[in-house]
Design a protein around this ligand. Sequence first.
Ligand code: NAD
Length: 258
Amino acid sequence: MRLPGKTVIITGAASGLGRAMALRFAVEGANVVVADVTQTPREGGEPTVDRILRSGGSARYERCDVTSWTDVDRVVSDTVDRYGRLDVMVNNAMITSYDPKPLLETSVEQWERTLAVNLTGAFHGCKRAVQAMREQEVEGEARGRIINLASQLGIVAAPGNCAYGVSKAGVAYLTRQVARDYAKDRIVCNAIAPGKIMTGKGGHAELPHVIAFSESRTPWPRLGLPDDIAAAALFLASDEATFIQGEVLAVDGGWLAS
Ligand SMILES: NC(=O)c1ccc[n+]([C@@H]2O[C@H](COP(=O)([O-])OP(=O)(O)OC[C@H]3O[C@@H](n4cnc5c(N)ncnc54)[C@H](O)[C@@H]3O)[C@@H](O)[C@H]2O)c1
C-alpha cells in the first residue's frame, strides 16, 4: 500500500475524478474524507463512501460547500480531530461551465459563481490545509501535501468558455504561489492539469461536438479515464514524489504538447 494510514480530504469526491481518486486512495490504505455538497455521483452508482466501506476501506462523508470558508474550516478541523493530522488535501470540486460562454455572453452571475467554486474554493482549501499542516510534524520529507485540480484549459484557451478557463488559470497560479511561500514549512503543493477525461456524467462536457473537438486535440489515441488522474494523484500524494514543488502536471494525452 502506498498511503497506509494517511488522511486525505478530497473536495468534490462524490463524482468523477474526485471519486476515482477517493476509491484509489482508499485501496492504498488512506482514510478518505469525501467533502462535497452531495453524496450522489453525477454519473450514477453507489455513493463513494458506501463503496469504500463495502470494500473494507476507511471513508466518511462531510457535507461541504467549498465556497464557504466556514464549511472548509469545519471539515479540516473535524478531520484533524478525528485522525490526528491531515496528510493530503485535494482541491478538486468544481462546477462545470454549466452553460459555457465566451467573454461577451458571460454574465456577471456566471463569472462570479464559477470563480467562487473553482478558484475561491481552492483558495479556501489551500489556506485551511496550510494552517493545519504547519501545526504537524514532518513525515517522510513533508508536513503535508496539497494537490489542486487545474486543467489543460486555462493553460491554453478554453474555446468559448471564459469563466472556466480563467478559474483554472487561477488554480495553476495559486499552486505556484503556495508552493513558493510554504516550501520552507515543508508543505508540498502541486497541481494536475487533466486533458479530456470521460467521467460519464453527460451534459455539455460529453456532447458529440465537444468529444469530437477533444479527440482532434488529443494526440494519444483515446481520451482520458478517471483512473489516469487517480494514478497521477496517487504519485503526487505519496512520499515517492520528492523535490517536485509548484508543478502543474499535465495528464492530457498530449493536448498541451501540440
Ligand atoms: N473531466 C475532465 O475532462 C476535466 C478536464 C480538466 C480538468 N478537470 C478538473 O477536474 C476536477 C474534477 O472534474 P470532474 O469532471 O470530475 O467534475 P464533476 O462535475 O464530475 O464532479 C465535480 C464534483 O464537485 C462537486 N461540487 C460542485 N460544487 C461544489 C461545491 N460548491 N462544494 C463542494 N463540492 C462541489 C460536485 O457535487 C461533484 O461531485 C475539476 O476541478 C475539473 O475542473 C476535469
